[in-house]
Ligand binder design. Structure first.
Ligand code: HEC
Length: 183
């Protein structure tokens, strides 16, 4: 115990000494991230669609991927759960029983791509290709009566979609930011 403490003090002293002298500390672990490494994490998509990758997906393809990868948690039609409801609820937000879903609540279709690409399926995030995510977004929007069943989504068409609750949010003027200009 005592020896442990002494060694502990000695190590702390050494580190402190190095810091005081202003020398860079070399831990000799890890490696410098390459542009490719960084690119793998740089996947954010903004409301106006900046950052959307190449690729495309249709409602039909989305139905298949959804059944295989999502239905178990969100229900066969996106309504049943057990986890978050993705479909329906439009017009319910102002009532006693509001249902916050993609269709009723989300202000942008573009950030739905971001969310799924980044975080779903819950047990295997970032395992889906861009094509599959475009298809899933198409299926979820179609089920919410937001797009036509023949619409194909890609980085050009997705930012043109107007979400029902697009104007249901207000940004505090004190935050000093303005709302992005998308439909
Ligand atoms: C193992 C269960 C599970 C699977 C599989 C799963 N999800 Fe989820 N999903 C969740 C949970 C739990 C949340 C809520 C996460 C939170 O609030 O932090 C969620 C949240 C979401 C949301 C946000 C809902 C909202 O309005 O807040 C979307 C969209 C979504 N999932 C889409 C998908 C899609 C698409 C798939 C298939 C690729 C999928 N999920 C697969 C469990 C799952």
């Amino acid at each position: 115990m005592k020896i442990g403490r002494i060694i502990g003090f000695a190590i702390t002293g050494l580190c402190f000494g190095v810091l005081v002298q202003g020398e860079p500390i070399e831990f000799e672990i890890g490696q410098t991230a390459t542009q490719e490494d960084i690119q793998g994490w740089n996947i954010d998509v903004t409301p106006n669609g900046d950052g959307l990758p190449n690729g495309q997906g249709s409602v039909d393809e989305g139905a298949k991927v959804y059944a295989a990868k999502c239905a178990g948690c969100h229900g066969p039609t996106g309504v049943e759960g057990p986890y978050n409801r993705l479909v329906g609820g439009q017009g319910s937000l102002g009532t006693d029983r509001p249902h916050k879903t993609v269709g009723s609540y989300w202000p942008y279709a573009t950030t739905l791509f971001d969310y799924i690409f980044r975080a779903m399926p819950l047990t295997a995030p970032q395992s889906l290709s861009a094509n599959k995510v475009y298809a899933l977004v198409a299926w979820i929007l179609y089920r919410n009566d937001i797009i036509d069943e023949n619409m194909v989504l890609d980085r050009f068409t997705l930012p043109t979609i107007h979400m029902p609750n697009r104007h249901g949010f207000q940004i505090s003027p004190h935050m000093g930011i303005s709302l992005p200009t998308s439909p």
